[in-house]
Design a protein. Structure first.
Length: 144
C-alpha cells in the first residue's frame, strides 16, 4: 500500500471564491491529519490575502463561484449549513502550521503590492522557485 504524501503543496491560481475556499479546506484536512501544507497564492487567488477595509474582508474581492453568489453571500450560505467559512478555514490552516506564500509575479500582474495584504498572518513573498524549493519530493502538488 502506498504511503500518503508527507506534504501538500497547493497552487491557488483561480480567483473564484469556491475554489480558494476548497483549497483552504484541503489544506486544513491535510494539516489536521498530521501532514504539512503550503498555500501558494497567485494571480486572481492572491486577492484572498487582501487586507480588510471598512467594507469587509479583502477576500470579498474574489470572483463569484459556480453558483454565481458573491463571496460574502456564498460564505454565509456555507456557514448557515454548518460548514467552515473562509475565515475559519484560513485561521485553522494558520493555527495548524500552514505556510502561506504569495507570488510576487501574480501580485504585479494584478497591480497589487505586499503592503495591500493582510498583516495578521505571516505571508512569505516569493516566486515559482521559492514555491518549488518549499515542496517535498514525497509530497503532493495540486493546481487549483
Amino acid at each position: 500500500m502506498a504511503e500518503r504524501p508527507d506534504k501538500l503543496s497547493l497552487v491557488l491560481f483561480s480567483g473564484s471564491y469556491d475554489k480558494v475556499h476548497y483549497a483552504l479546506a484541503l489544506a486544513a484536512a491535510a494539516l489536521a491529519n498530521n501532514g504539512r501544507a503550503t498555500l501558494f497564492f497567485t494571480m486572481g487567488a492572491a486577492r484572498a490575502l487582501l487586507a480588510a477595509d471598512g467594507q469587509g474582508p479583502g477576500w470579498r474581492h474574489l470572483h463569484p463561484g459556480e453558483n454565481g453568489l458573491p463571496p460574502l453571500e456564498a460564505d454565509a450560505a456555507l456557514t448557515a449549513r454548518g460548514l467552515g467559512g473562509f475565515e475559519e478555514l484560513l485561521q485553522a490552516c494558520i493555527a495548524l502550521g500552514a505556510t502561506v506564500m504569495v507570488c510576487e509575479m501574480g501580485l504585479k500582474a494584478l497591480g497589487l503590492d505586499l503592503l495591500q495584504l493582510r498583516n495578521d498572518i505571516a505571508v512569505t513573498p516569493g516566486g515559482l522557485v521559492s514555491f518549488l524549493t518549499d515542496a517535498s519530493a514525497q509530497g503532493g502538488m495540486l493546481f487549483i
